[in-house]
Design a protein around this ligand. Structure first.
Ligand SMILES: Nc1ncnc2c1ncn2[C@@H]1O[C@H](COP(=O)(O)OP(=O)(O)OP(=O)(O)O)[C@@H](O)[C@H]1O
Ligand SMILES: O=c1ccn([C@@H]2O[C@H](COP(=O)(O)O)[C@@H](O)[C@H]2O)c(=O)[nH]1
Length: 234
């Protein structure tokens, strides 16, 4: 397999499934099965999960919340999602550990790069929660940061669309999908694949991103098997 160690970014919003808020147990279970399949193949998996199904600091601020506190609420939302994922992985027999970017033992172990690498080498899935630990960032940036620190081969952005399009495919039905695209084209075309901080970190550190639809069961294994799905940003 082309990739031996991956950083899987999961969308918080996708965890809602068909509900309007929170965590859909069926969706969570589907994700856990997909992750279990690739762990069985010997792939080392680090995960970062978003928090948009629970709280985002920016939308909180638009309703009058203090942005700093709102972002802390958002980061805590990612911890909730990460604990849910750890529980789902446990129920399908996959060993995992939750690390937190903000100190909060015993909820999770305080993140450090050497501890995360040791756990990955031991075959555990490492779920890194709490974003970067800092407000004014996103979990896409946390994924880029942790992916770079952990020397992963690729960042897999598992989302609810099947790749990067010429415009937001959820808003523009005429949008065209790219099979592959360079970082420079992403900037030139103003595509919202990830926020610019995350994109720039990946570009500067040579970390490719593969955007694919994680809500289609079996897709994660297809990506690892080298099937041409999604969009590679390189
Ligand atoms: N050019 C584009 N190509 C593909 N998707 C795009 C594009 N522009 C905007 N999007 C939107 O980006 C979304 C995917 O981003 P992402 O997975 O980060 O979702 P999110 O809701 O921000 O997740 P989270 O809850 O983790 O913050 C898609 O649902 C799509 O609507
Ligand atoms: O490093 C970080 C990461 C996240 N946040 C806050 O959490 C929410 C949820 O994350 P998403 O990436 O939007 O899913 C985000 O809106 C921020 O409010 C943060 O402050 N720092």
């Amino acid at each position: 397999m082309e990739y031996k160690r991956i950083l899987l970014k999961l969308s918080g919003e996708s965890l809602m499934g068909r509900q309007g808020y929170g965590i859909d147990a069926v969706r969570l279970d589907e994700y856990a099965w997909q992750i279990g399949e690739i762990v069985q193949k010997g792939i080392q998996v680090a995960i970062v999960i978003g928090g948009g199904n629970i709280f985002r600091g920016l939308s909180g601020a638009s309703k009058g919340f203090d942005r700093y506190k709102g972002d802390q609420m958002g980061m805590l939302a990612t911890v909730i999602n990460s604990l849910a994922m750890a529980s789902a992985l446990q129920s399908v027999g996959v060993r995992s550990r939750v690390m937190t970017s903000i100190r909060m033992e015993p909820v999770g172990e305080f993140y450090s790069q050497p501890k995360a690498l040791d756990a990955l080498d031991a075959g555990e899935v490492v779920i890194i929660s709490g974003g970067t630990g800092n407000p004014y960032f996103t979990t896409d940036t946390a994924s880029a940061l942790r992916g770079i620190e952990l020397h992963v081969d690729v960042m897999l952005k598992g989302t609810r669309v099947d790749g990067v399009y010429s415009a937001d495919p959820e808003k523009d039905p005429t949008a065209q999908k790219f099979d592959s695209i360079s970082f420079d084209e992403v900037y030139q075309k103003g595509l919202k694949v990830m926020d610019l901080t995350a994109t720039t970190m990946c570009k500067e550190n040579g970390l490719p991103i593969l955007v694919f639809n994680m809500d289609q069961p079996g897709n994660l294994m297809k990506v690892l098997n080298g099937e041409k799905i999604g969009t590679l940003v390189h």
